[in-house]
Design a protein around this ligand. Structure first.
Ligand code: GLY
Length: 598
């Protein structure tokens, strides 16, 4: 593999002409791709540029709507590429392939080639499934690898640089999904992404702020100045030519180019040079798994979500199972009593999460019992509306890590009626902060999602158990909750969010907002959110939308509340199919998230 500096070009797009040109070419790409539909006269396009809500937390806002197909993701360029694939006759799985890679170009904060993820799908015929392309611990990993000489968890080791990196799964994941379900050629899917990496994307205000926040740690970790350690301002155009070259290799040689031979050799050497233990054989050994999703009922809804090694589906099923017999729709939305119900169910489910959940190929998980009605009812018998339960009094039932906020989610519905819900991550913001200038991407720091020292909290405050201890070849427990909801047998919602341990409770709140309070998807997404995760025993609130009086009333009942400035919980990208068949997006105004449809 050629050595030497990666070609990097950053141009300040201060010239209005340049901006106009790139906008016109963006529109041209979409319109070209949509020609088929234009010809039939069946097209309705609503661009989020004009339709996105201006105020994040107001109610009754209709999101972007479309008749046939929709992509909602963290960036407009990624949504546009996914949509254009479907306009050319591709399906949701083709769109997944292209959207995932496009996010790696335009959203390096969480979009990735160096990470992993989970996909839940529902085909037009109603069948469902899920794909686990979660990262895997390298063969040289061991249980105590992140403990210092005193036996304490060294969080720098598990979060920064080579040692924090697990074997990436994303490339194998998208190629497998495409092999099983895709319609278009890999070439047709990758070419527009290569063009995007070569022509560049325009940095937003939020992106520039985040890059500034992490610039020093990225420089320290990588050890040299690279593409993302230069000063980058809003309006700058970033071209990632190294990534374009990597993508060309994947286009020409397939996923094997990543997992075998020169590229795998390069990655293992580079990671080892930065303190890691991944060997090239670890790349060869990496596998993805088609797994049965977790499916459960809540009143007239059927919810299909991700099973282990994600805790998302089981934990969501437990919380909803505990809440099902309460008439939540009779309570005022986000009132103290409503929040108490959610909190008490959340705390009880998260206690089980730390004890029972981990990689199903390494431990035995009593899924059916964890989701059984009698077990869940029993857990709620200690709920007292007058007083908070203490998390100290809650443990896992008698049956028998902090994840990072910086993941990303996208939702897709195609014109054939297939739906795909994908959450993908490099864990922390810019993952391990180790950027590979030759290949053009950041590596994950997913090893931190293991319990480095069972019983002690990880960097997100989540207390892990032995079930999630590090072992060679094992997958670390996740909270990612890509979810699909049907109502009376019909597709109703495709949803998910980043947010580490808050992912599950965010997905919960969107489903409850829509089901009990008749909100449309954008309105549901815009609502303020809260979160409780058993330990630490703290009830968290977003900074906007909950007043001091509400928090006081909860404090008086014994809840410890926290409402940090600028705190957001989750960043949901979702689609709802209304009874008349119209698709409505919920693109979270907390980020640059964008819905596009036709
Ligand atoms: N790394 C975030 C998660 O897997 O939940």
């Amino acid at each position: 593999m050629a050595k030497g500096p990666t070609l990097i070009t950053i141009k300040r797009a201060i010239n209005f002409g340049t901006q106009l040109k790139s906008f016109i070419s963006f529109m041209h790409m979409i319109l070209q791709s949509l020609k088929r539909y234009l010809c039939t006269g069946a097209i309705i396009i609503f661009f989020s540029l004009g339709c996105q809500p201006k105020s994040p937390l107001t109610s009754d806002i209709l999101g972007v709507t479309a008749e046939n197909a929709m992509v909602v993701s963290a960036r407009k360029e990624a949504s546009a590429i996914g949509l254009s694939v479907m306009a050319q006759g591709g399906n949701a799985f083709d769109a997944m392939f292209a959207t995932e890679l496009a996010l790696a170009v335009v959203y390096p904060y969480a979009g990735n080639l160096g990470g992993g993820g989970f996909m839940v799908y529902r085909l037009a015929d109603g069948s469902t499934g899920s794909l686990d392309y979660r990262e895997m611990a390298p063969s040289a990993a061991h249980r105590d690898m992140f403990l210092d000489s005193l036996g304490n968890h060294d969080t720098a080791k598990s979060t920064l640089g080579g040692g924090s990196i697990a074997v990436p799964g994303t490339i194998k994941g998208i190629f497998e999904a495409h092999k099983k379900f895709g319609l278009l050629s890999v070439e047709a899917l990758i070419n527009p992404v290569i063009e995007l990496a070569e022509n560049g994307y325009v940095v937003t205000q939020k992106q520039s702020e985040r890059l500034a926040q992490y610039r020093d740690i990225i420089t320290q970790t990588t050890g040299i100045q690279t593409l993302y350690t230069q000063e980058i301002n809003p309006g700058d155009t970033i071209k990632n030519l190294a990534l374009a070259k990597t993508l060309r290799q994947l286009r020409d040689q397939g996923q094997e180019a990543f997992y075998k031979g020169v590229m795998a050799e390069h990655m293992s050497h580079y990671i080892q040079a930065h303190g890691g233990v991944i060997q090239s054989e670890d790349f060869e050994r990496y596998k993805v798994y088609w797994r049965d999703p977790v499916s459960f009922h809540y009143q007239d809804l059927t919810i299909t979500s991700m099973g282990p090694p994600s805790s998302g589906g089981i934990c969501l099923g437990q919380i909803m199972g505990m809440l099902e017999s309460y008439n939540l729709g009779d309570l005022a939305h986000n009132s103290a009593l409503y929040i108490q119900h959610l909190t008490e169910a959340e705390r009880r489910a998260y206690a089980d999460r730390s004890h029972y959940l981990g990689d199903p190929d390494f431990i035995s998980i009593p899924t059916q019992k964890l989701l059984s009605r009698s077990y869940l009812d029993q857990k709620m018998t200690s709920f007292d509306a007058d007083w908070a339960t203490s998390s100290e009094d809650i443990s896992h039932g008698p049956l028998i890590g902090h994840e990072s906020d910086e993941t990303t989610h996208y939702s897709i519905v195609d014109p054939m009626g297939n739906a795909v819900s994908v959450t993908t991550t490099i864990n922390g913001a810019y993952g391990s902060k180790l950027f590979d200038p030759e290949l053009g991407f950041f590596y994950n720091n997913e090893m931190d999602d293991f319990s480095a020292k069972p019983g002690t909290p990880n960097m997100f405050g989540l207390v892990g158990g032995a079930a999630n201890a590090i072992a060679p070849g094992k997958r670390m427990l996740s909270s990612m909750t890509p979810t699909i909801v049907t109502r009376q047998g019909q597709l109703w919602q495709v949803l998910g969010t980043p947010g580490g341990s808050t992912i599950i409770t965010t997905v919960l709140q969107i489903i409850l907002n829509t089901h009990h309070f008749d909100m449309g998807m954008q309105t549901a997404v815009n609502q303020p959110r809260m979160h409780h995760q058993w330990l630490p025993d703290i009830l968290q609130f977003e900074s906007e939308g909950f007043d001091a009086q509400l928090l006081d009333s909860l404090e008086q009942k014994g809840y410890k509340t926290i409402q940090k400035e600028h705190r957001i919980i989750g960043k949901v990208d979702a689609i709802m199919r209304h009874p008349n068949g119209v698709l409505e997006a919920g693109a979270d105004p907390r980020g640059d998230d964008t819905a596009l449809g036709f």
